[in-house]
Design a protein around this ligand. Sequence first.
Ligand SMILES: [Zn+2]
Length: 338
Amino acid sequence: MNYRGLRIGRQRSSILSIIALLMLSMASCSQSNPNQGTTSEQSPQAQEAASTPTAQSGKTKVVATFLPIYLFTKAVAGNVADVEILVPPGTEVHEYQATPQNVKAIATANVLVKNGLGLEEFLENTIKNAENKKLTEIDASKGIKPLNEISPVVKTAKEEKDHDHNHSHAQGNPHVWLDPVLAKQQVTNIRDGLIAADPKNKATYEANAAAYIKELEILNSEFQQTLQKNPSCTFITFHDAFPYLANRYKLKQVAVVQIPEDQLSPTDVQSAVNAVKKYKVKALFSEPGVDNKLLTSLSQDLNLTLQTLDSLETGETDPQHYFKAMKANLQTLETACK
Ligand SMILES: [Zn+2]
C-alpha cells in the first residue's frame, strides 16, 4: 500500500490512495528525485570510506534518513555530533532510491537514524552495500504501535484496474511524526540511541532532548485546546499521512481518495464528489509547494476550498521548522473545521 494517492509526473501504478481529512496532500509527490542511482554494488567510495568511520571533526557522524527524522536528530545532537540528511528535502521519500553518495554517507557514519515502520525501503540494500560493521542503527519508531490505514479508500477507475499492483504494508502507516505525542517518543528513542553510541555527550543529548520535548508538549496542548472546539471534524486527503494526528485529536479521516497523477476522468471527479457528499467533508487539503492545477479544478467541482496541510516530508532543515509547520497545520485545521 502506498501513501500517496496522487502522483504527478510519475508512472507508478501501485497507488492505493486514501481520503483522510479534507486534505488533498500532494505537494511533495510532484517533485522528482534529481539523483537517482543504484546501489546494487558497493561503490569504490564506500570501500575507501569504510576505513575512516569517524568524521574529520572527531565528532560522532550521524546520518538521518529524511526531513522529520533529521529535524529531531539535529535538535538532540545540537553541536556535539555532525548530522547529515540522506533524502534531500524536495525529494519524494515514498519513492526514494538510494544513490552512491548515500552508500558512502552510511559507510562513513557512526549512527544511522531512521523513521522505521517500513518507510525507508531504500535502506535495505544501501546498508548492506555500505558494509559498515560499526554502524549503530536507531529506529525512531521503536515501541510505537502502528495504525493500519483506517480510512475507507475511494478508488478511481484507473486505480481500480491497478489494484493487483498495490503492496500491503504489514508494518502499518509510517507517518507517526505528525502526532506531537508520538514525536516525543521518537525524540526519546533518538536521544537514547545517541547516548548509547556516544556516551561522553550524554548530558548534552539529555538537555537538548528535554528542551525539544517540552516544545512538543506545548504544541500538543495547543492542538488539544484548539481542536476540541470542533470535535469530529471530517476530512478527506489524497496522501494517507494524517491518521495519527486525526487519532490523537479526534478528527475524522473519513477517506483517502485515490486519483491518477496526470489527468482526471469524469468518473474520477464523480467518485471524489460522491465521497465528499457521503462523508459531509468540509475541506480539501493539499501540500505546500505542489502545482495544484488538478486539485484546484477538482475542488472547484466539489465547491470546496483547497487548503494546505504539510506532511513535513519536505521543508526547511532547522529543527524549529517542525513547530512552524505544525502550527500552520493547526491553523489550517482550525479554519477548515469551523
Ligand atoms: Zn507520506
